[in-house]
Design a protein around this ligand. Sequence first.
Ligand SMILES: [Zn+2]
Length: 329
Amino acid sequence: MPPSSEIQFSSAELLDRDFANYKPRLSFGGDTLEDWLNWRNQLLLELREQLGPFPYEAFPLNPQIVSTENHDKCTVHKVIYHSRVDIAIPAYLAIPKGITAKTPAVLCIHGHVPGGKESVISGDGEFGAPYGRDLAEQGVITLSPDNAGMGERAHPSGGCDFLWRRLNYLGYDLTGYRVYDLIRGVDYLQSLPEVDEARIGIAGLSGGCWLGIVHAALDERVQAAVLSGYFTTFAQTSWFGHCICHHPKGVGELCEMPDIAGLIAPRPIFVEWGTADVSRPVHPAFEMAQRIYRAANAYDQITLQEFDAGHLFSGEQSLPWLVQTLSRK
Ligand SMILES: [Zn+2]
């Protein structure tokens, strides 16, 4: 036994030692389409279990329009719809002017930022392009809801941490809770007569990127995704910090973040990352996901754009890509 002055008492540092040789149980290790299919089925099953429980039956949406603003190229409605019993979701629905046929739609998931959905509709550029508005101006319908614990859904006593602790106590997971709301957002979009229900995409920055990865993995109605600013690994983010809402309980035992992205294959994804955003590195996460896409015979369906900036949504290439991809599907 070494002298007490040499004993390491910090559990966090002792866990670092164990982490050096750690590999999640279901990280993808195959090469072939058959490997990918078998792995995908098992990980999807276990991930749903990890993030749930989810409601068995969809509660009626009971949608209503609260207010309407006219802009040059689109009309922005403030809407409310229900996700679960007593859970109402405030959101912006932006509809391009002049549409005459059923139109593609994009669920725009806001980042881990003050104001929630405001940043994607009326953002001043601090977090980059306001993609909910920009996409509507490029001709697709967008829905930009507040995530639980954020925007109008925040509690005066706190956002993520307050909600995470209560859900954890009850046996729920905050990521799963938020993703279920996003699934209901797609339900709402598909209920609209203006929306082409077979052409649904998503776009998200930061915490919205993380939720978008999980949502697209679990919801096959999502046909294409722009994932910005949080396409990374748990090992490079959650292990060191970032909000507790970005890592479900025990997820590292199961898989790494790019494994979840690999569940989206063969559906196309466009990843974008500002090279100055060093606390959310896209490498090696992108290459890990690329390997999974290759096994799924979808190597050409995963794209990365790096741009010279920090933690923000560029949109320069990704938004036209999303509009074109949804339009030709
Ligand atoms: Zn959070």
